[in-house]
Design a protein around this ligand. Sequence first.
Ligand code: LLP
Length: 385
Amino acid sequence: MLKGTFPVEKFKLLPTPFYYYDMKLLQDTLDVVKAESGKYGYHVHYAIKANANPRILSMIAANGLGADCVSGGEVQAALDAGFPADKIVFAGVGKADWEINLGLDNDIFCFNVESAAELEVINELAAAKGKVAPVALRVNPEVDAHTHAKITTGMKENKFGINLSQLGSVLDQLKGMRNVRLIGIHSHIGSQITDMSGFRNLAIRMNEIQDDLAARGIVVENINLGGGLGIDYYHPNHMPIPAFDNYFAAVHKLLQPRPGQRIHFEPGRSIVAQCGSLIARVLYVKEGEMKKFAILDAGFTELIRPAMYDAYHRIENISSDEPVDVYDVVGPICESSDVFGKDIELNKTHRGDWIAIRSAGAYGEVMASRYNCRSLPKAYYSDTI
Ligand code: LLP
């Protein structure tokens, strides 16, 4: 079995479970993101929701990326990590007044507005401060991302964005507003997208939207195509850096920007997923009647993706080289959904073995919970362990 390389001897000094981040892989990934987006002059805002660990954030900020935030807490985390305010975009269907005020007070680059009602509130709050808020309208492009239903966002039935049929009336509404300024159009179709046709269709739809705007005499300065590039959960060792070259090239081929227009992206998962692993130890091997269970000291409190989205994560026994056997790999939480994987091939597993659950750098640590009164685990980093 081809496994990742982990400093298991060093792990033996650390209490499990914990998140382990390969900081070299993160830097290599960022280098590729910068090189590939730089070919076309694209602007990349890292989606903080994927992983808001302060060390990860500071490294991404130090590489010059912007930030995509969906809450006041994320805006604050971005500022604390050193992302410049003029590279922060702030999306979300339900921004509270204090969150909008935080964005206004810090002069962030842009509010991605998701409804006519929100636009009214931003206009009022900006007026109270004597400011003009820069806004992009988040349009629901009605493009199918061909991904898991729970992480599809760009369809009519989703709560996100302004429907295409209502865009005209929102643009009319904007005309009468003095304290918001339309600077862009934004769209995001979903997450863990591996079929490039979704992104191609989004680029084509954006051209159509731009034609409609032009017919109204409107040209915006910014187009934001959101995030969503998927990663290879099955082969993290073969494919540690996602194909950013294909992604940006696919968009570049089809998108028709207007002169001087700036193109933005909001990738989250594709930047951080592969650099993170959840490291756990085997508490018990339980021989059931039909199955063997490897019971770990980590559960869905540390990585909820398998329980919540039936997501596959590669699981490796990093301390055993014995012949392979088959296990259901489960956690200790008192819920039957606390399963990391069924019928998983692992090198023969014993109590005390070290297990790596791979590709956990995105939507892992950031979605951890304290259910069952568990403690939130620590994170360790390849360069300081
Ligand atoms: N921009 C917007 C407006 C978003 O809603 C999202 C993700 C992103 C960017 C970043 O998408 P990414 O590049 O990471 O796919 N917890 C789920 C994923 C939820 C994604 C929510 N929105 C999971 O573990 O699969």
